[in-house]
Design a protein around this ligand. Sequence first.
Ligand code: HAM
Length: 425
Amino acid sequence: MSIKLQAVRGMHDLLPEVTPLWRKVESILAESLKNCGYQEIRLPIVEKTELFKRSIGEVTDIVEKEMYTFEDRTGLSLTLRPEGTAGCVRAVIEQGLLRNQVHRLWYQGPMFRHERPQKGRYRQFHQLGVEAFGLPGPDVDAELILLSRRWFRQLGVEGKLKLQLNCLGTLAERRAYREDLVAYFSNFEQALDEDSRRRLKTNPLRILDSKNPSMQDLIKGAPKLLDYLGEDSRAHFQGLCALLETAGVSYIINPRLVRGLDYYCLTVFEWATPELGAQGTVCAGGRYDTLVEQLGGQPTPAVGFALGMERLLALLADSPLARTIEPPHLYLIRVGARAELVGLLLAEWLRDRLPGLHLIVHCGGGSFKSQFKKADKSGAWYALILGEDEAAQGVVSLKALRESEQQQTLSPEQLVEFLKQRFSI
Ligand code: HAM
């Protein structure tokens, strides 16, 4: 017996019953991005491993434990991208897009992380990422947050999501904070869980992110990064908060929000929902003013975020948007050799005249009865019937499948007029 082939754990097929909603959401977001001056960039799925090590950080969970890394046939170490920012920065440097210019970019596609799969957490998942280069002020941070709010509003899920904000300061400010944080947690080393003890040596800020209940009191008493911010960082953060307040965005300042990627500075933010359990962060990002330089480009401030598409779509599963998937206008039934031929030409003729027409042509033969069953199952509004008689007379019969309307016999020209009126196409 042959072994049944299955998809890789944590990597999912998106079946036809969900793809229409995905497309609809993607097109709403793409349209909104275009209208706000963001341009699409398409990036490789595979990059050199070094890129992710140098950008996301050697001692992050992503780089240490979650990357799909392999050697190609020449022995070069490559990695399936775990996120999109690193590749986007690599591309803008390599293609010479920066040179003191402003660029507003977006991308979408699959990302790969070898995490423990659970609801809302996959090994292949999809992000839509947005990055703005060349703008140092809090105005563009606010622009990105407002852009994401606009989407949530448009999709009807704004009420389900809460915005959390934090300011990570500059590298120097974080260094001073890190020293005090290490000193603080070192005093309680016995009380630290295993993960936190490891992080104390590698990435102590991530201890603040711990979800372990036994760590919470200790974390509450830890020094706060916001107390270590210099004047400029404070002004940036206050500037952003003021803009958000003016625009009526409510937010919570979460001093423990540190994010799992090393490239951030100043603003970080997350939109999360309680509706998706532990994997409730739908959209997250922040500023990364030193990354371009760190990867070999000229110093360029930058800020961005990425939206987790699976999580957003999970929030939309029972929304009105999911119920507005449009059924086909017509299902063409053809019985008899001549009718099959005439039907094929008629379908082409109709499609030339009505580019918005949603028409399914029955293929594979069969009786009127069996073809009607298929027409009904397709959800189409009308069955278009072509038998030998109709084919000989150059007409078609039109039968409503969803409402009680009289069956009509029409010439192709009359049919076009009818469809134009009926469906506004
Ligand atoms: P991130 O927080 O690692 O940030 O991921 C962004 C979003 O991707 C998460 O909030 C979540 O919705 C989704 N996501 C992440 N991992 C998974 C997973 N295993 N399964 C399902 N969804 C997931 C970044 O990736 C940054 N590049 C964002 C950014 C852009 N920062 C600046 N520019």
